[in-house]
Every structure is written in C-alpha cells, then in structure tokens.
Design a protein around this ligand. Structure first.
Ligand SMILES: [Zn+2]
Length: 84
C-alpha cells in the first residue's frame, strides 16, 4: 500500500519509509519522506497522514519528532514544513 502513496504537494513517489514501530508487516508508527520537497509525513496508528501544510498541526508534528529522535537528521533537523 505504501508503494502507491505520493506526496500531496508535488505528487512525487515513491516516498521513503522509515519504520519506528511495526508489527509483522504492518507499520504502526513511522515516517514517509519526500525526497523532492523534503517534507515528512507521520504514520500514526498505522495511518499515513498525508496532509498539505495548511491542514497540519505544527505542535503535534513537533511532538512527534521529539518522540522519535532516532529518525534521520534530514527529517529531524531539515524536514519540512518544520523541524526541530
Ligand atoms: Zn514532496
């Protein structure tokens, strides 16, 4: 399923997947990352949250990044629309 997801901003795909917690083949927590526009999209409770910037909640995204500091630096320190 993740193979067909595209970035909502520039339609780029495939998105990079970083797994944070998984059960079997199911990614429960993770991040999808667009190599074109550098945006990250959280996967929360198995649901990829692919929202345009104006519908994202900055505080929630920041808390997500703070919780998962093992994510690559390009997500934590340079990801868009915001980063730590
Ligand atoms: Zn993109």
């Amino acid at each position: 399923m993740l193979d067909i997801l595209a970035c909502p901003i520039d339609k780029y795909y495939p998105l990079d997947l970083f797994e944070l917690a998984s059960k079997g083949d199911v990614v429960e927590q993770g991040v999808l990352y667009c190599n074109r526009c550098m945006r990250f999209y959280p996967i929360i409770d198995e649901i990829p949250v692919l929202l345009p910037d104006e519908l994202r909640e900055k505080q929630k995204d920041i808390e997500f990044l703070q919780k998962w500091q093992q994510l690559p630096e390009k997500v934590i320190k340079q990801g868009k629309p915001w980063h730590l």
